[in-house]
Design a protein around this ligand. Sequence first.
Ligand SMILES: [Zn+2]
Length: 263
Amino acid sequence: MMSLMTLVAALTIGQGQALRLEVPDESGLETVTVEWNDKLIPFAKGGAGWFTIIGIDLDASPGRHTIELTRTYSDGRVSPDDKQIDITERHFKTTRLEVAPKYVELSKANEARAGREHGEINEIYARITPEAFWTAPFTVPIQGVTGGRNFGHRRVFNEQPRAPHSGADLTATTGTEIRAMNRGRVVLAKELFYSGNAVFVDHGLGIYSVYLHLSEILVEPGEMIDTDRVLGLAGATGRVTGAHLHWGVRVQGARVDPFSLLQ
Ligand SMILES: [Zn+2]
């Protein structure tokens, strides 16, 4: 993950990446926030300073953007501080997939269900928990895996264009143990139309990780879980062509490559 510390020149970052921001602590410093993508994102205090992570969506417009840092002090002083970031365009491949027809030509009932679930998921992503639940580095959800496939790919299902792939697919056989990429609170654990058996984890500061197409879910909503906890088993439920783990990350709603969170 790239980071920005007392940045002088503009920082360059690609579409679909997470960006860690850090500012040093000072006496009397009470809050730090950054405005990005029309959202006010809090910093958390940790170690010698303050940090947060912002997401650059895979379809963020390329070019120069301004992020506005604001420091608030205990004596009431407010200190604004603009920084520049340059977003570079990435070329994402197109993938053609064949899935069961019911996932492409939706029945009325499935269309209503998928719409409801889409709304429920977007409500989760819109919530920014104002603290960081983690202290250790982010890790891959399957031990020993070093790479994934398909992040950002434009997708055509049964000859029909659909939304880009917002996560990384990890090779996994049914029954492979899946662990959260970091400590967090389970905010959703149930079967969804497209995602099959799904677990969503809130890591705080607007960062969510999702684990989809599971054969089994082993956690409950509301539970705080650590990376040593098996949250579920890999499978092939929902809109899939075979068993694998779909691992996705949203950072304040932005679709980012989950590997960009690893240090
Ligand atoms: Zn996937």
